[in-house]
Design a protein around this ligand. Structure first.
Ligand code: ATP
Ligand code: MG
Length: 444
């Protein structure tokens, strides 16, 4: 993409409404525009990042054996009457009437809809287990939308629903979600800690929230520092191997890690003092096994081999896809702007032409651009007629991990410079016919 032809409405001034870094940087780098409180348009750069996160989430869900579907944003209130949640949900649910006077709502979550899909088509143990998921916009009329996409009213969420024959199998589904979520966050370059969450009136141990440590997080967190060393790494996960999954889950859930909602001072103080950590965290996901709460009220039943009919065991599992964009920026920025982890960067690299009106600089830049494109890279070419300072400050702001700097001095010496956005380290690359060294440098 040539920057002169792109749509990247960068703001020079700090927007006064932004209280936290990620919100400020998203507005300044032209990723989003607020349309009303807690509701945003996603501009090209923001949309690219959102879609990259979405694809990683989808890949990891499919790897775990979960099946993608797409349910609508608008739901009929009828199903919510059946589950008896219509009144309980309160003011966070946006309700309206259609032209026939039927009560409709913009879905804040999809347990009812998916349970209705399940009961319409599945009635035998032979069709289980099944986990259906989608990534769709949700609406919750939050009292205080704030921090940009972190606490929006309209937000993009992955929600998955597991259906199982019994509790044992449902816990296996829970474990699959725990591990596929950890894997997802790791691939995004984020450290998210599973913390025991409140299960409300349902009780039991089976809800965890995933928190990214950040000083601007809305949750107070307490944890054992040992948990920070854990990672799944590149190990292949056998999602059908339930005992193996269980031992991985045990490893991640044994060290103490809780938010203030479930914090237990007595337990916390049993950890050696030098390992007791506390801070703030951003909730980027939650998993929940809740048994037959919806299947019972909505009559989603399955036939067992012995002919008995029982309500199906369920769980629901969510990832805040749009919130992750903010969380990623909170975790990856410096005083100059965003520093995207490679996996979610809107472009793989950016070519900065230091002297746009120099014919040779432009020609070489285009040549590099074309070669990198042929090699499968997504490249931004800063071909604006701007000062060097203006180019660097806007390119640093938008956070593309690798900058390829083309200038008359370098070219006369037969070199290009590449700069890593993260640590500012510059490296010279000799100009060559095929740019092999450059290609290799970007691949790393
Ligand atoms: P919170 O406690 O932050 O209000 P929640 O527990 O109500 O979130 P869930 O129902 O668990 O949210 O939704 C799954 C995920 O969706 C959350 O972990 C979070 O990452 C994301 N999410 C929830 N509400 C919002 C929101 N208003 N804006 C952006 N993302 C959200
Ligand atoms: Mg939650």
């Amino acid at each position: 993409m040539y920057l002169s032809k792109y749509f990247l409405p960068i703001l020079k001034e700090n927007p006064s409404e932004a209280q936290i870094t990620s919100h400020r940087l998203m507005l300044r780098s032209g990723m989003i525009k607020q349309s009303s409180a807690g509701i945003y348009s996603w501009l090209p750069l923001g949309l690219k990042v959102l879609k990259k996160i979405e694809s990683i989430v989808i890949e990891e869900q499919i790897a775990a054996g979960h099946i993608p579907i797409l349910m609508p944003t608008i739901q009929s209130a009828e199903l919510w009457r059946e589950s008896k949640r219509l009144d309980d949900y309160g003011k966070e649910m946006l309700r309206f009437e259609d032209r026939h006077g039927r009560l409709m709502l913009y879905g804040p979550t999809n347990e009812e809809l998916v349970t209705d899909i399940f009961r319409s088509f599945i009635s035998s143990y032979k069709d289980l287990p099944k986990t259906l998921f989608h990534i769709q916009w949700k609406f919750r009329d939050e009292v205080r939308p704030r921090f940009g996409v972190m606490r929006g009213r309209e937000f993009f969420m992955k929600d998955g629903y597991s259906f199982d024959i019994d509790k044992k199998s449902a816990i296996h589904a829970y474990n699959r979600h725990m591990i596929s979520y950890l894997k997802t966050y790791e691939r995004l370059g984020l450290k998210a800690i599973p913390m025991k969450a409140d299960t409300g009136p349902i009780g039991g141990d089976y809800s965890h929230e995933f928190l990214v440590l950040a000083s601007t997080g809305e949750s107070q967190v307490f944890y054992d520092s040992n948990i920070s060393d854990l990672s799944l790494g590149d190990n292949h996960i056998e999602y059908d191997n339930s005992s193996n999954l269980k031992s991985i889950v045990n490893k991640f859930t044994t060290p103490y890690a809780r938010t203030d909602e479930t914090h237990d001072v007595t337990l916390f103080e049993k950890i050696p003092e030098n390992r007791r950590m506390s801070g703030r965290g951003i909730e980027v996901g939650q998993i929940f096994y809740f048994g037959t709460k919806y299947s019972e009220s909505m009559g989603a039943k399955i036939d067992l081999p012995n002919g008995k009919r029982i309500p199906v065991e369920m769980g629901s599992h969510g990832i805040g896809v749009s919130r992750l964009v903010g969380a990623l920026i909170e975790a990856n920025h410096d005083q100059h702007g965003i520093i995207w982890p490679k996996a979610v960067s809107p472009f793989d690299a950016v070519i900065i032409n230091l002297k746009q009106n120099d014919k040779k600089c432009h020609e070489i830049s285009i040549k590099i651009y074309d070669i990198l494109k042929v090699n499968g890279f997504d490249i931004l070419y800063d071909d604006r007629f701007e000062s060097v300072g203006a180019k660097f400050s806007s390119i640093d702001l938008i956070g593309i991990p690798i900058q390829i700097i083309v200038g008359p001095r370098g070219l006369s010496e037969g070199i290009l410079e590449i700069k890593s956005r993260k640590d500012g380290i510059r490296k010279n690359i000799p100009l060559s016919e095929n740019f092999l060294e450059l290609i290799n440098a970007i691949k790393i």
